[in-house]
Design a protein around this ligand. Structure first.
Ligand code: GLY
Length: 391
């Protein structure tokens, strides 16, 4: 069991020439940030004559309000001062409209390729900052400081960066690895419970896709993780990141099917998010949770997963307070409307959509023979439980 008392957990992401460490340590951001980050502060070369040295931070309003002061106090000890670019919370920040002033600001600050920009926030801030750094001077450094559970266990690690456009989410982006990821579980103390549960969905994902033992541990200890009990939380975060680091090291650019495993629940989930307008009605993690249950139920329908295992996945999702039945969403649409959203998925290739399905708990695989028409029939049944489909 991982335990943070008095020590840190360091997980390397092994990528030749672009490798970095993910550090998990209680207080590493809230108490002593500058010590933890000094390697990246030292590399910062400010415009001549600035004293104290200016360090660029991108943050959402909430993270800035909650953690900005602690970071500033810590930076003073290194004769550094934070310069803030603060964005409104929410997906709206992942846009051309915010990217442009952000990159202008980085250029005005005189950021060079060997400098580091710090991304303090959830997945939105990490994705936006990472992409801005990918394109500024053809690539400058950045450090991820994720402040949500979802960002800590998933989006801050692996170098996927992007903004959204009219055509869809994350369609403009780049693979650009951070130079470090600093995870302070203490920042989760102020995270709303709903956001905590949404992040927990991505933790469950690692168990379901490849680690039955971890899934069993989460079945028994999920409530402790959600209650932010330090040992349980550290173990959940560290186990998730070890899994992600392994996967990213094997398939950085999602070209050989290994990284695609991380999309378990995402194809169904993305369609549900699209149908609910990518709004607070259904958070990304909630959509992934329900998407994983649907992937399990569809796998059982194909005879590849025992129905009892699909029920087990649904029960674990429900026990975490996450949606486990599509009927809970009160959608007015039919299965075909949801399948239509999938037709616009960026993973569509040659008219088919690869689907992450399950052969067991901890045994995800990529199926290339799924017909969207069959998915539409399946979803119709899920939307109207109790009805018998016409053969
Ligand atoms: N969030 C999925 C990935 O990083 O590939």
């Amino acid at each position: 069991m991982d335990d943070l008392k008095g020590h840190r957990i360091v997980i390397p992401v092994a990528l030749a020439g672009r490798g970095y460490d993910v550090t998990i340590e209680s207080g590493c951001v809230l108490h002593g940030f500058a010590i933890q980050a000094r390697e990246f502060l030292a590399q910062y070369r400010p415009r001549t004559g600035t004293n104290p040295r200016k360090v660029p931070f991108v943050a959402d309003e909430n993270s800035h309000r909650l953690f900005g002061e602690a970071i500033e106090t810590s930076l003073e000890s290194q004769n550094c001062a934070a310069e803030w670019f603060v964005v409104e919370p929410g997906e709206g920040a992942k846009s051309w409209g915010v990217l442009e002033p952000l990159t202008d600001w980085l250029l005005e600050l005189g950021v060079t390729r060997s400098d580091h920009v710090f991304a303090l926030g959830g997945g939105v801030v990490g994705d936006l900052t990472g992409f801005a750094c990918a394109v500024t001077k053809r690539g400058c450094g950045f450090v991820q400081i994720p402040t949500t559970l979802l960002a800590q266990v998933d989006s801050s690690v692996g170098g996927k960066t992007a903004i959204n456009t009219r055509a869809g989410k994350n369609l403009i982006g780049a693979f650009h690895q951070p130079s470090a990821v600093l995870i302070d579980p203490l920042v989760l103390d102020s995270l709303p419970d709903r956001e905590m549960r949404a992040g927990f969905a991505e933790v469950l994902k690692y168990g379901l896709l490849g680690d039955a033992e971890f899934f069993a541990w989460l079945e028994a200890n999920g409530s402790k993780v959600l209650a932010r009990e330090p040992e349980a939380l550290a173990h959940a975060i560290a186990t998730s990141i070890r899994a992600k680091a392994r996967i990213v090291a094997e398939d950085e650019r999602e070209t050989n099917g290994v990284r695609a495993l991380l999309n378990l629940g995402h194809t169904f989930g993305h369609a549900l998010e699209a149908e609910t307008g990518f709004s607070d009605r259904l958070l990304h993690g909630e959509a992934v949770a329900l998407g994983m249950v649907l992937a399990a139920r569809y796998s059982a329908r194909r005879g590849e997963l025992e129905a009892a295992r699909a029920d087990q996945a649904a029960a674990t999702v429900a026990a975490a307070g996450l949606p486990s039945e599509i009927s809970q969403l009160g959608l007015a649409c039919d299965g075909n409307a949801l399948a239509d959203h999938m037709r616009h998925d960026k993973k569509m290739e040659g008219g088919t959509l690869p689907f992450l399905l399950l052969k067991g708990i901890g045994k995800a695989y990529l199926a290339h023979d799924v017909e969207l028409a069959d998915i539409a029939v399946f979803l119709d049944q899920e939307l109207r439980p109790g009805t018998v489909p016409i053969a």
